[in-house]
Design a protein around this ligand. Structure first.
Ligand code: ATP
Length: 290
């Protein structure tokens, strides 16, 4: 347990319903991560190997970490181990590999468990990509490959099962690596093969409909002036991601508080003053108001 605590980070719970514009992605994640980890038996009966790894990829600030937290929050019986890949890297030769091996041991010992590896490109860079640190990067990649290949091997099991009980075996093998990257092109192709990261789920930049959904969810509990049209707001924020929209809404709320400490409503003026773009023309302003 102490080893688990070393890696286990506290996270703020979040529901899938609070994530905007990613309904299709959420359905994919549920079927690739949650279903296989919670229902081992049907998979085994169908003669299908459960996935070892699922990769979330897409531009920054689109909700990849949010999705991982929602998975963890939706399944309290599953241990969730969340790691920033950069925290594994050590300048001491061999130390990063030791940490990675220890992390996978913790994962196996914590089954049923999900390991979330954020910024996984740090651990699995294309061979030869970074010539100055090539040897250490290649060693780390090899270590990750070995660990992922050994996830379900008999000798790695927590306890050797004397009576070969299938249910115990299912329980012990209920582990999965969920990784996220904004730089899929940097990943070595060997890590993307079946048996390692079996599924690749794209988390896209939000289009106008998705931005509208995100804004509705972010502002759900905020006292927004009812005359503000969120769809028009979404139309005028082309190119911004969920993280940008969340920041704008938070800043606008703080601006409203500074204006009026009793915190009445967040007005169009509050939004305009925090948006880092040229002042809206009168016409845009009128559009924003119903
Ligand atoms: P990075 O790849 O840069 O680590 P990310 O894709 O993991 O980014 P998150 O860390 O999940 O993005 O998002 C940052 C913050 O932006 C979230 O905590 C949330 O407030 C907001 N956010 C991002 N995407 C969404 C979304 N789809 N719905 C609601 N909020 C979102």
């Amino acid at each position: 347990p102490s080893a688990l605590n070393e890696f286990k980070l506290s996270y703020e719970p979040i529901q899938f319903e609070d994530i905007g514009g990613l309904d299709k992605t959420i359905a994919q994640i549920k079927s690739c991560v949650l279903t296989p980890i919670m229902n081992r038996k049907p998979l085994r009966q169908m003669g299908i190997d459960p996935p070892s790894g699922v990769l979330l990829h897409g531009p920054p600030g689109t909700g990849k970490s949010l999705l991982a937290r929602a998975i963890a929050s939706s399944s309290p019986n599953i241990n969730f181990i969340s790691v920033q890949s950069t925290d594994i890297i050590s300048p001491v030769v061999g130390e990063s590999e030791k940490k990675l091996t220890a992390l996978f041991r913790v994962l196996r010992d914590s089954a049923p468990a999900i390991l979330f590896l954020d910024q996984v490109e740090v651990l699995a860079k294309k061979r030869g990509y970074d010539s100055s640190a090539q040897q250490s990067a290649d060693r780390l990649l090899s270590c990750l490959l070995v660990e992922m290949d050994g996830m379900f091997s008999k000798q790695n099991k927590k306890v050797r099962i004397e009576n070969d009980d299938d249910d115990d075996e299912d329980e012990q093998q209920a582990i999965i690596v969920l990784a996220a990257t904004t730089k899929m092109e940097l990943l070595d192709s060997t890590i993307l093969r079946p048996g390692r990261f079996d599924y690749h789920i794209h988390v896209p930049a939000p289009d106008v409909v998705a931005r509208h959904d995100i804004l509705s969810k972010i502002t759900k509990n905020m006292p927004i002036d009812p005359s503000i049209n969120l769809y028009t707001f979404a139309e005028q924020t082309n190119g911004l991601n969920g993280a940008d929209l969340s920041n704008i809404c938070k800043e606008a709320a703080l601006h409203a508080l500074r204006r009026d400490l009793n915190g009445s409503t967040i007005t169009l003026e509050d939004f305009k003053s925090v948006m880092n773009q040229p002042q809206s023309t009168n016409q845009q302003e009128e559009e924003l108001l119903n």
